[in-house]
Write a protein that binds this ligand. Structure first.
Ligand code: SAM
Length: 288
């Protein structure tokens, strides 16, 4: 199906059949086929600039912060001393931008498979790609799954900001990837992975949480609101090697002044606690 018609972009994907989301497009800023995926950058009338990979909306200027802040600060604030952080994926730079803000983070390593996403984001999405300018960051271009095989007991936190489980991202949702992440963590380390929405992808959420529970003594699922993702919501699976961790009781709390000075627009200590509260039908489905 042609997803760009008469100045409207429509996201159509078999992962959420029978429903769709559309943007009115002001301008197509960039289009290319990289070695891994179709890359499209749009300027839209209501959501600002939008990054689309293989026809799937990755982030929009209007609401990206709710995703980036939550996937970064939920695990960081569940760890007592998150000095060294690994980001897998995240080619737009938004997660690096957020991780770099955390006062205890000293070193960030990022592995993104597609250097063209990085370059296109630097040119058209500087509000996110600013994350690549952090002096704390070392950026590698490569496959996160392969990278993980060569690292042992090195990271306090691993954040997987991957695309949905299609193409090169499929491996990042599998049990052997969670086992590799576990080996790459220092004692008491934490992982946090994009894990879909329960409205459209209950099976994905359930499988990813099950895998995480198999590998980690503590695991949970948390959500955030992102109006331009299918159903307006997305979730994260979090696993910790620290069996004492209480996910909805952050180890580090920020004051209102801290939140303002760190330019946190979505994440707060109250939002952190609420993110782990799930509707009854979801708890039933996930056996929680
Ligand atoms: N926030 C977005 C979402 O949930 O839709 C994800 C954004 S980020 C652009 C996703 C990135 O993951 C893409 O740039 C893609 O190239 C990268 N990626 C996919 N598979 C990967 C892999 N195996 N190793 C490293 N990066 C990968």
């Amino acid at each position: 199906m042609d997803t760009l018609k008469k100045n409207w972009f429509t996201e159509v994907c078999e992962m959420w059949p029978g429903g769709t989301f559309s943007f009115e497009v002001k301008e197509v800023l960039h289009r290319e086929k990289s070695k891994y995926q179709d890359i499209l950058v749009l300027d839209t009338t209501s959501f600002g600039r939008v990054l689309v990979l293989d026809g799937i909306i990755q982030c929009t200027q209007k609401d990206e912060f709710s995703y980036q802040e939550m996937i970064a600060f939920l695990p960081l604030c569940c760890h007592k001393n998150p000095e060294k952080v690994l980001i897998v994926g995240g080619g737009d730079g938004g997660v690096a931008r957020e991780v770099a803000k955390h006062p205890l983070v000293k070193e960030i390593v990022q592995v993104e498979i597609d250097d063209r996403v990085i370059e296109v984001s630097k040119k058209y999405l500087p509000f996110m790609a600013v994350g690549f300018e952090s002096p704390k960051l070392k950026l590698h271009v490569g496959d996160g799954f392969e990278f993980m095989k060569n690292h042992s007991q090195e990271f306090d936190v691993i954040i997987t900001d991957s695309s949905d489980p299609v193409g090169p991202a499929v491996s990042l949702f599998q049990e052997n990837y969670f086992a590799l992440m576990k080996s790459a963590l220092k004692p008491n380390g934490i992982v946090c992975s994009q894990a879909g929405t329960f409205w459209y992808s209950m099976e994905l959420v359930s499988n990813t949480l099950k895998i995480c529970k198999n590998q980690f003594p503590k695991a949970a699922y948390a959500t955030t609101s992102v109006p331009t993702y299918p159903s307006g919501q997305i979730g994260f699976v979090i696993g910790s090697l620290d069996s004492e961790v209480i996910f909805d009781n952050p180890t580090l709390s920020f004051s209102r002044q801290d939140e303002l000075s760190m330019n946190l627009r979505y994440y707060s200590t109250d939002i952190h606690k609420a993110a782990f509260a799930l509707p009854t039908f979801v708890k039933n489905e996930l056996n929680l």
